[in-house]
Design a binder for this molecule. Structure first.
Ligand SMILES: NC(=O)c1ccc[n+]([C@@H]2O[C@H](COP(=O)([O-])OP(=O)(O)OC[C@H]3O[C@@H](n4cnc5c(N)ncnc54)[C@H](OP(=O)(O)O)[C@@H]3O)[C@@H](O)[C@H]2O)c1
Length: 351
């Protein structure tokens, strides 16, 4: 297997995990011109089913990368570190699902390892590759270029609890903020940078939930003094609401991702590129562009836009949020100086 993907070579992909999101990556790989050659999962039944659907080999986790150029790690967060390290050390590039890992200690070790293996790890914040987010960022950049100050930034993901998976178990490491909220937090970080607000320097967070958090309300303070808001919830009704609002004194930009994709600038609808993929969401939510760009990054020996260091920065913010929630929303700096061996949930429930 080639260390880097040479031009003209059809990239091969192995799936580590055969659940909901592994299926999405399989479709994205196909749309990006890659071939899924192997599927691994905990149970024989899961890996055999998806492998047969894709015309791939069903293998044990230990057999990965099974000759593939890229291993997509799509197992629960508690398995991310082990599965990503296994693939990197055997010469494969890794597309690693969010959240990066379970603890900051694991994040530190993974950032170091990914760097030693040529920065061939993509942190799968798919929304950073979504066409609607690119359109919004381009408009915000033009607003920021005029010298306007962004004074309002809000990103929300409000929906019911997923009907599959094991998201509310303590083993997952955290709930509505760590699992789902890491998407709006990432968007807020990217938008803050484009708006010239700098990095997130402090957070105030209130969490609700018994075993794990089912609702999170976060205030982010950026270097510029901008205070942004992120709400992430599994307490939403049947109609999900994922949206973004950012404004200055002269401009208001609003994007809705769910229930229906739309972008508005000062109340005027903005035309979005029309999805051509068989399942539009795979394209609209960035999974295809993410895979395509990663293949291109590997061919050009370039670190991905969403690299391991970005994934660790998200973990720093998330861990500061859970630390803040342990004291009912106390202002907490980022990085927080928390115990790097504890999961986000432990930082909140057993500080
Ligand atoms: N980017 C996105 O939009 C997005 C959306 C959803 C999820 N995700 C992320 O993707 C990852 C997987 O989520 P999912 O929704 O695909 O989950 P899922 O449908 O429950 O699939 C989980 C997969 O991991 C395997 N697995 C479960 N527990 C395991 C364990 N203890 N040890 C080893 N393997 C185990 C399962 O194997 P068996 O089926 O054989 O038991 C299955 O193949 C998570 O990190 C999640 O946060 C991302």
């Amino acid at each position: 297997m080639a260390t880097h993907t040479p031009a003209g070579h059809r990239t091969s992909v192995a799936l580590c995990g055969a659940g909901m999101i592994a299926g999405a990556h399989a479709l994205a790989a196909r749309e990006a011109g890659a071939t899924v050659v192997a599927v691994a999962s905990r149970t024989e039944a899961s890996r055999a089913k998806l492998a047969s659907d894709l015309g791939a080999h069903a293998v044990d986790y230990s057999r990965l990368p099974a000759g593939a150029d890229i291993v997509v790690v799509a197992t629960p967060p508690a398995q991310h570190f082990e599965h990503a390290v296994h693939a990197l050390e055997r010469g494969a590039a890794v597309l690693l699902e969010k959240p990066l890992v379970l603890t900051l200690n694991e994040a530190d070790r993974l950032v170091d390892l990914a760097h030693r293996h040529g920065d061939r790890l993509l942190y799968a914040e798919n929304l950073a590759y979504a066409p609607i987010v690119h359109s919004l960022i381009a408009r915000l950049a033009r607003v920021a270029e005029t010298g306007a100050t962004v004074d309002h930034l809000q990103v929300r993901t409000i929906q019911p609890l997923p009907t599959w998976g094991n998201f509310t178990s303590p083993e997952w490491g955290g709930g509505a903020l760590y699992d789902l909220g890491i998407h709006p937090l990432a968007l807020a970080v990217l938008l803050g940078r484009v708006a010239r607000a700098g990095e997130v320097v402090a957070v105030e967070t209130r969490l609700r939930g018994d075993t794990t958090d089912t609702h999170a309300d976060v205030t982010l303070t950026f270097e510029s003094g901008l205070r942004g808001s992120v709400i992430s919830s599994w307490e939403g009704g049947d109609v999900p609401c994922w949206d973004i609002q950012v404004s200055s004194a002269s401009d208001v930009i609003r994007a809705e991702l769910l229930p229906a994709l739309s972008l508005e600038h000062n109340g005027e609808p903005v035309q979005l590129p029309r999805a051509t993929a068989a399942i539009p969401m795979i394209e609209n939510f960035g999974y295809i562009a993410q895979m395509r760009e990663f293949i291109d990054d590997l061919a050009n020996r370039r670190a991905p836009f969403m690299d391991a260091a970005f994934g660790r920065w998200m973990m720093e913010i998330v861990c500061a949020c859970y630390t803040s929630a342990a004291t009912e929303g106390t202002t907490t700096p980022v990085p927080s100086g928390c115990d790097r061996n504890r999961t986000p949930l432990q930082l909140w429930k057993n500080p």
